[in-house]
Design a protein around this ligand. Structure first.
Ligand code: FES
Length: 112
């Protein structure tokens, strides 16, 4: 599924069955040509680029804290609801929309 409008392109990708993502997990996926991580915590799914905004190391080897993911490289954390960063990262991380449909996890990537 994809739609174009006003220079914004949106695509939804099926990243797997809900059951493939254990509770409290961080899973790396490639959708299109974008590397992302899919996080499941508290029954909720969160998706974001697999790139820390500090020095672009992967987050897929990061650590899941309560409501946050921690980059193990220099210790920045990102809030799973807002994407807000803590030092040494300054820039918040982009969060992708995630929806469950018929037992599948769908991630929507938006390119501006
Ligand atoms: S690359 Fe993630 S904290 Fe430095």
């Amino acid at each position: 599924m994809s739609a174009d409008g006003g220079g914004v392109s949106v695509s939804s990708f099926d990243v797997g069955a809900v059951d493939e993502f254990p509770e409290e997990s961080i899973t790396a996926r490639t959708v299109g040509d974008v590397e992302i991580v899919v996080i499941r915590q508290g029954g909720e799914f969160v998706a974001m680029p697999d790139r820390c905004t500090h020095q672009r190391y992967p987050l897929s080897d990061g650590e899941l804290l309560e409501g946050k993911i921690k980059c193990v490289h220099h210790g920045a954390t990102f809030d799973l609801k807002s994407g807000r960063a803590t030092l040494p990262a300054i820039k918040k991380i982009q969060l992708f929309q995630v929806a469950e449909a018929d037992g599948r996890v769908m991630v929507t990537l938006q390119e501006l």
